[in-house]
Design a protein around this ligand. Sequence first.
Ligand code: UDP
Ligand code: MG
Length: 322
Amino acid sequence: MEELRPLVSIVTPLFNEAENLDALGSRLGAVFEANKDVSWEWVAVDDGSSDGTALRLKDALVRAPRWQMIRFSRNFGQQAALRAGLASASGDAVIFLDADLQDPPEVIPELVVKWKAGAQVVFAARRSRGETFPRRLLITLFHSGFQILAGRIMPQDSGNFGLCDREVADILRKLPEHDAFLPALRAWTGFETATVEYDRAARLSGKGLSFSRLVGFAWNAVTAFSDAPLRLIFLSGLVISALSFTYGSVLLAQRILQFFGFFKDLEVLGFTTVAVAVFFMGGVQLLSIGIIGEYLARVYREVKGRPHFIVSKREAGDQRIP
Ligand code: UDP
Ligand code: MG
């Protein structure tokens, strides 16, 4: 009977999560125990942690009927860790779960139910989130901006946490692009989706992405998914040109009319206009070059073709085969 149960893989990226491992292990372990209708695999990717996560990881992992541990040679970033997990996961469905317990493992069975009902991508959307105000503001700004720029590709307020079917997982793991934004790519594949709502907790312990990394992460997601910023440059050029042309025409008309005796007492006041115009255009141009530069850098990274991550150690265990 064993082999008839579908295998579901849980992929957790971990960067300095040593303090959360016990809680993560016991809460995931409870989910495995209570849901024997599927068989479980836990794929943990240690993204170059320096706090002893690697040493303590195995104690948590053995709670899973089947597990894999992948260790990176250094920190390659959360999305690279997810990608490595995805590449190794052998499940019929793959679930991404943050290791800091912001996304409750208890929601996992609900994802599996939707998957069994036919959805090939199941999003977990946050009803609420336990974050501090400035982070929440940035995150909300990012999600609304991303929805506009990338064209409502996934439910607002969903992130890494979610499930994808083997068919989708196989497509995702073959995508060659660097700095991919996997949560949105899951939706981009176009398969049938479903959404489960949940309340996002505060981080159990540890710091989480720093503010600047969060901004970098958001910007990476936008440039990975949308070339709208490039089009915005074109659009702003169009608007500025139209305004300049109109204003220029008015000035020219005035000047010509002066030859015919009109506007005789018009004072030539122009310094403010010129100064503002020069600074404004300088700013717009630098900003535009910056945006183009970001896309150029992406192309450069692709052309170099470096591996997305480097694995220094792998280990696997299967309780069913003693
Ligand atoms: N993470 C990772 N590599 C990193 C940063 C984070 O693997 O360089 C992991 C981290 O351990 C956690 C998940 O990615 O399991 C989400 O990270 P975090 O909680 O810092 O992000 P946030 O919740 O603020 O989006
Ligand atoms: Mg977190």
